[in-house]
Design a protein around this ligand. Structure first.
Ligand code: DHB
Ligand code: FE
Length: 299
């Protein structure tokens, strides 16, 4: 009886997680038609598999964990966690005009449900009903979807403050992922949802350590994120900054993604490349074994 009811109940579910760096120069290279140049080809090649994978996986919605870089939120007001509930999000003008990419279509009904369910699990999300989205959100879309006339799915932006001290802890981000998962699974519609964590890997943009790359840390971080996320979640923020540079703290956003997946995940794809601009690029695709497989056969 319980089984029969479960079988007919409509439910959104998280099928997979993606992590990727969101280096703005990657977006600029793509927009300028340079993605197959000698410098950029090795970067974009790491996403060739991912483009084919996502075309088959066909998510309805991506919950996209990213950070705003003092674009939509000035340094006057900085929410620790903010969820975009708007119908549309325009690509932001970050100083050189907006990127020539499609408007990002939100999912107000789903986003409002996530906001309600996550806030009722004691996470204080800021509700954002109007904002532009910067490279932190649009570069990952470009890397996975290329240059379509319209983005092929809806996007719920979820911004994490990693720009102004103090950032949320890795543990808090991991717990947020778990709360997001419960929220998704209580949404009464058959939605295929992916969750993406962006930013990182090691990079420091300013000061005497500018250009810092710590390959050993980056690769070990990916291993721990996949295999032992509970351990990775316990790393204090100061260790990210010491090991991965001041902007390496963006990696805590990967833990939001990981918290929303199963304890055991299937690693589908991994990519690591240095450099892009003066940072390391890292990318993972992880599937929830139980929910990802049926989706494939249906699509
Ligand atoms: C750069 C900026 C970013 O936000 C980032 O995540 C990586 C690199 C940059 O300016 O090079
Ligand atoms: Fe960034």
């Amino acid at each position: 009886m319980a089984v029969a009811r479960a079988a007919v109940r409509r439910m959104a579910r998280i099928t997979a997680g993606v992590t990727t760096s969101h280096v703005p120069a990657i977006g600029a290279a793509l927009d300028a038609g340079k993605s197959r140049d000698a410098y950029w080809n090795p970067v974009f090649s790491g996403y060739d598999f991912s483009k084919r994978w996502i075309e088959a996986a066909r998510p309805d919605v991506v919950i996209l964990i990213y950070n705003d870089h003092a674009t939509a939120f000035s340094l006057d007001v900085i929410p620790t966690f903010a969820i975009g509930c708007a119908e549309n999000f325009n690509p932001a003008d970050e100083g050189w005009g907006p990127r020539p990419v499609p408007v990002v279509r939100g999912h107000p009904q789903f986003a409002s449900h996530i906001a309600q369910a996550v806030i009722q699990q004691d996470f204080d999300l800021t509700i954002v009903n109007r904002m532009d989205v910067d490279h932190g959100l649009t570069v990952p879309l470009s890397l996975l979807f290329g240059q379509p006339a319209a983005w092929p799915c809806r996007v719920v932006p979820l911004a994490v403050n990693v720009v102004q001290y103090p950032p949320p802890s890795g543990q808090r981000c991991y717990a947020l992922g778990k709360a997001i998962r419960r929220a998704v699974e209580s949404f009464d519609a058959d939605l295929k949802v992916q969750i993406w964590g962006t930013g990182g890997m090691s990079h420091q943009l300013q000061g005497p350590r500018a250009g810092l790359i710590n390959r050993d840390f980056d690769l070990a971080f990916m291993d721990r994120l996949v295999e032992d996320p509970e351990l990775q979640a316990r790393m204090p923020h100061i260790d990210y900054i010491r090991e991965a540079g001041s902007e390496g703290i963006e990696l805590v956003m990967w833990l939001v993604m990981r918290g929303a997946l199963d304890a055991k995940v299937k690693e589908i794809h991994r990519f690591y490349h240095v450099p892009a601009s003066n940072t390391a690029v890292g990318h993972l695709i992880l599937e929830n074994p139980r929910t990802a497989a049926p989706d494939r056969s249906q699509s």
